[in-house]
Design a protein around this ligand. Structure first.
Ligand code: XIL
Length: 371
């Protein structure tokens, strides 16, 4: 046995990953943001507030991503827990980190209400604070509350956040004026024009930023066996644009699961194309791919294929940017939140920050397509 080999083996025992570790290390290799930049794609992540003091996590967030989204930090229930009482702590921390690491800040999301009367998927947590639900606001009061939220938050990050998700998850199953809306507190208090009013106000506050409508379950043609949401979302955008709402971009969340999602590149690209034909920029805003227990090699392989398919479609179809809804299972809402039960995997890195096979697949895909 050569001396060199013995030395390498000793090093290997003391410091992993090492020459014998076949999986790439997320901490050592070139960052995804660099590889994605070579294909002309900004790549982002939601940043979990629980990770702000976790150096290894924050180092990876800086190394791999060129867009940061405060995961909780910008929801109204965090920012304005009581009328006129503001708490920008987490959001400011993410904004400062993004500035330091030359990352774009995505504003997510100004106005978002859960469907009233439906099961709360977040264990009781709501994006709109309790006082908005409990104050029995008149239409004009609710409009004033909504406008104040928009102008206060946009003003704070003026010049830094270049795009904003103005309204999140407006789509639902309530037929209103020929479109299908979610019965949120905003629909209930203001009426169906709350969406256009929110965008108009955001435009007035800062005409220079990109304004985005964002939703889930409308990501690709034929999703969930051809669910209505896919076309309902398109109809909603077309209706809002025809009504003159100043919407610049459309967001697709892409919360996928190895259990039932198997879109083709064409199904994604064709969906993007019809929004682009309306003049909208398209954004993948919350990509993750979850795996139910038990985690098997076959399921990890499927996860890998799903990330690959989505990112391949993104590159091919001129999607403006892609944001992952977290990059490690350590903080992912899939694994640690109350929405999903018994999904040990939802992102590219495991809870120890070691890569799942999908991580290498994403890297390779960017490398293959680099210009
Ligand atoms: C989730 C966060 O990840 C959770 O931590 C929080 O409890 C609830 O919100 N659609 C969205 C995201 O637009 O903001 C949600 O994020 C996931 C679904």
């Amino acid at each position: 046995m050569s001396l060199r080999f013995v030395a390498a083996f000793a090093l290997c025992l003391s410091a992993l990953p090492c020459v014998f570790e076949s999986r790439p290390s997320a901490a050592a290799d070139e960052g995804l943001r660099t590889l994605a930049a070579a294909v002309g794609l900004p790549i982002g992540t939601a940043l979990a507030p629980g990770g702000l003091d976790d150096d290894a996590y924050m180092d990876l967030a800086a190394r791999h991503f060129s867009i940061l989204v405060p995961e909780y930090g910008l929801y109204m229930s965090q920012l304005q827990p009581a009328p006129g009482v503001w708490d920008f702590g987490d959001a400011d921390a993410v904004a400062a980190f993004a500035a330091e690491h030359v990352q774009m800040l995505r504003g997510h999301a100004l106005i978002w209400g859960l469907p009233i009367g439906a099961r709360n998927p977040f264990g009781g947590w709501r994006p709109t604070p309790g006082w908005v639900h409990e104050s029995e606001l008149s239409r004009s009061e609710a409009i004033a509350v909504m406008k104040r939220q928009i102008e206060t938050v946009m003003a704070r990050y003026r010049g830094q956040a270049r795009d904003w998700i103005v309204v999140n998850e407006a789509l639902g199953s309530h037929d209103v004026d020929g479109v299908r809306l979610s019965p949120t507190i905003w629909l209930e208090t203001i009426g169906p024009d709350y969406i256009a009013l929110a965008f108009e106000h955001a435009r007035q506050v800062d005409p220079s930023v990109r304004l985005i409508l964002n939703d889930y379950g409308a990501d690709y043609l034929g999703q969930h066996g051809g669910s209505d949401r896919v076309d309902d979302y398109y109809d909603l955008l077309a209706y809002l644009l025809a009504a003159g709402a100043p919407i610049d971009g459309v967001g697709f969340q892409f919360h996928l699961s190895v259990e039932y999602d198997a879109p083709t590149v064409a199904q994604i690209a064709d969906n993007m194309a019809r929004y682009q034909a309306l003049g909208l920029s398209t954004h993948i805003t919350e990509l993750d791919v979850r795996i139910p227990a038990p985690v098997t090699d076959a399921k990890l392989r499927k996860q890998e294929e799903l990330y690959e398919t989505v990112l391949h479609a993104v590159i091919q179809s001129g999607v403006a940017d892609v944001t992952l809804w977290g990059f490690t299972d350590r903080y992912s809402w899939i694994v640690t939140g109350e929405t999903f039960e018994n999904y040990p995997v939802g992102t590219l890195l495991d809870s120890e920050l070691a890569p799942h096979p999908a991580f290498a697949a994403v890297r390779n895909l960017f490398e293959r397509h680099s210009k």
